[in-house]
Design a protein around this ligand. Structure first.
Ligand code: C2E
Ligand code: MG
Ligand code: MG
Length: 557
């Protein structure tokens, strides 16, 4: 290599390590080796944008000029570098017209090509970093940061347009991972994201907000169409699934308020989505004034709970379980009431909130304690006390040492375990059954009775009733209501009664409001009922009166 060329090259390399190169930096070296034009192009990864240039350009080649003397060129040399994945960088060097092959200094050209390659890598790295900062790595669609700034610019640019913000959660995405593994899951998520991205218009935005959740902002007049499209989104090419495709559906929360900041609106939309799932049981929930009132109310319940508990504001009411043939009281169910600011609040207005926040165990334990105290009081009055049942959230079975806590509450109040029954709902998940079996076994060893509440409404009814050695099954009131006019309900109730009898369990029907329902149940073989026909839940004092004097009217077939 000529001394002069070597000097120029060294100068270029020094410059390249300190700053981004501009065409003037190449002038010296190019002139010394008769190069008139230098540029590079990149073959792109066919899965999406990865290179230098305009993101919207879907061409797979991008030419970037480094130096151009703007004169006619002759021989062209191309050096190809493998970049990453299926990306290639081509460093192209063109020589002045009339330069022959033997005049070309290939060593110098090779070094020049290396410099070009390093330049590309550096520039590409910068673009990729910019890209990563604004895009979701898994799906390649924009991320939250990018969409919130796009939202602000759309709002500012189109002051007359109303935008709604959507928070959507893919239903049952776990199915894809379970069926095809995590790789198919990732692939499906990326394909789904691209499809959803295709639904938005230029001034609208979409991003993935982690897990299987997406956020949109769209024009309000596009909402109806969007909700319609989101009812079922088909994604093809998912090898390993039936028909290699899957139809996705979503839980959707919509913020249709005036709040301007994107984060605040997204919070409203996500709250609506969560409320739809946990409370309202709806796939699409629009965040509005009504919903914000519910949320405020729920928060107030949670905030007031600790003080209400220590202030003894939660009290049990009792509802008798009656034998329709004899009018005899066979049991009492303790049902919680909250005496809040002098008003009696029903459990459905606070139990679900406490259950969701993990505070239900304290309440259930307090109810057990109050029930025991009531039993002691009635006994001291010389009354004959039947078995008293308390309701238990299924969350309690996972509280460490729960069985010991239950027993010690009963013992400390000097009540026999045989007077206590625990009602658990049957809506336990399959995975929870083994723990439930153990819980029941331990309590039954102490003589505590177990009742399966709301039977028939859950999804594990049959396996539960076979696996759990319960004493009682409570037929849910939704069946009782339908008995008079729906043959299917009659058949279901009849079979529940048969199974319970065969498994030696007592059957009781809940929510009996009139003699007609009582008569049908009697005909089907169920003698014990609980319901407004006999008594509404009443206070401890009123229960004492009932226990002292009452035998209820009987029902004859
Ligand atoms: P549940 O255990 O199934 O209780 C039966 C519900 O049906 C009670 O509602 C009762 O008042 C109502 N009911 C009884 N007879 C009739 C009738 O003839 N017609 C109608 N329409 N309703 C009737 P309540 O007291 O509002 O309790 C609702 C639910 O709250 C209970 O359902 C139970 O799941 C839960 N709950 C109540 N107290 C507690 C508690 O201390 N702990 C827990 N974890 N849950 C409780
Ligand atoms: Mg109950
Ligand atoms: Mg029930």
């Amino acid at each position: 290599m000529k001394k002069e060329v070597e000097k120029e090259l060294q100068k270029l390399i020094r410059t390249a390590t300190n700053k981004s190169l501009v065409p003037e930096d190449f002038e010296g070296i190019c002139k010394s080796v008769n190069v008139v034009r230098m540029y590079y192009d990149i073959s792109f990864d066919s899965n999406g944008y990865r290179g230098v240039g305009d993101e919207k350009n879907d061409s797979h080649f991008q030419v970037v000029e480094l130096y151009d003397l703007k004169v006619k060129s002759g021989i062209k040399k191309v050096f190809t570098f493998f970049y990453s994945g299926n990306e290639y960088v081509h460093a192209c060097i063109e020589f002045a017209e009339g330069i022959e092959e033997q005049d070309i200094d290939m060593d110098t050209c090779g070094i020049l090509a290396d410099v070009i390659y390093i330049l590309v890598s550096r520039q590409n790295m910068r673009l990729m970093l910019d890209y990563a900062e604004s895009h979701d790595a898994l799906t390649g669609i924009p991320n939250l940061k990018a969409v919130s700034s796009k939202y602000m610019s759309s709002v500012v640019r189109n002051p007359d347009v109303k935008y709604v913000v959507l928070y959507i959660n893919v239903k049952d995405f776990k199915y894809i991972n379970d069926r095809g593994g995590v790789h198919l899951g990732d692939f499906a998520m990326a394909k789904l994201a691209k499809k959803l991205e295709g639904y938005i218009r230029e001034d609208e935005g979409i991003c993935r907000v982690g897990g299987d959740n997406f956020a949109f902002f769209i024009r309000r007049d596009n909402l109806e169409l969007m909700l319609d499209r989101l009812k079922s989104v088909r994604v093809d090419g998912l090898i390993g699934l039936r028909n290699n495709s899957h139809r996705f559906s979503f839980r959707i929360g919509v913020s249709d308020t005036e709040v301007k900041e994107f984060g605040a609106r997204l919070e409203e939309a996500s709250t609506a989505c969560i409320m739809g799932r946990s409370v309202l049981k709806k796939d699409v929930v629009i965040y509005n004034l009504e919903l914000s009132e519910i949320i405020n109310y729920n928060n107030s319940v949670v905030a007031a709970f600790a003080d209400a508990l220590t202030g003894n504001e939660f009290v049990p009411y009792f509802q008798p379980k009656v034998n329709m043939c004899t009018g005899e009281i066979l049991g009492l169910e303790a049902l919680c009431r909250w005496v809040r600011n002098g008003e009696v609040v029903e459990p459905m207005d606070f139990i679900p909130q406490l259950d969701r926040k993990g505070m239900i165990t304290e309440l259930d334990m307090a109810m057990l304690e109050s029930a025991c105290k009531s039993i002691s009081k009635w006994k001291k009055m010389g009354l004959k006390v039947p078995v008293v049942s308390v309701n238990f959230s299924k969350k309690n079975i996972f509280v460490p040492d729960i069985e010991r806590k239950i027993i010690s509450i009963i013992d400390n109040n000097d009540v026999g375990c045989d007077l206590i029954e625990i009602e658990i709902t049957e809506t336990v998940h399959e995975s929870e059954i083994s723990r439930l079996i153990e819980f029941v076994r331990i309590l039954k060893n102490y003589g505590i009775k177990i009742s399966i509440d709301d039977f028939g409404t859950g999804y594990s009814s049959l396996s539960l009733i076979h696996n759990i050695n319960a004493d009682e099954v409570k037929i849910d009131q939704s069946f009782v209501k339908r008995l008079a006019y729906e043959d299917k309900a009659v058949m279901l109730v009849e079979s529940i009664i048969n199974i319970a009898e065969r498994l030696n369990m007592q059957v009781i029907a809940e929510g009996v409001e009139n003699a007609e329902e009582g008569r049908i149940l009697l005909k089907l073989g169920c003698k014990i009922v609980q319901g407004f026909y006999y008594e509404k839940p009443v206070s401890c004092e009123k229960t004492a009166d009932i226990l002292g004097s009452h035998s209820y009217r009987t029902i004859k077939i």
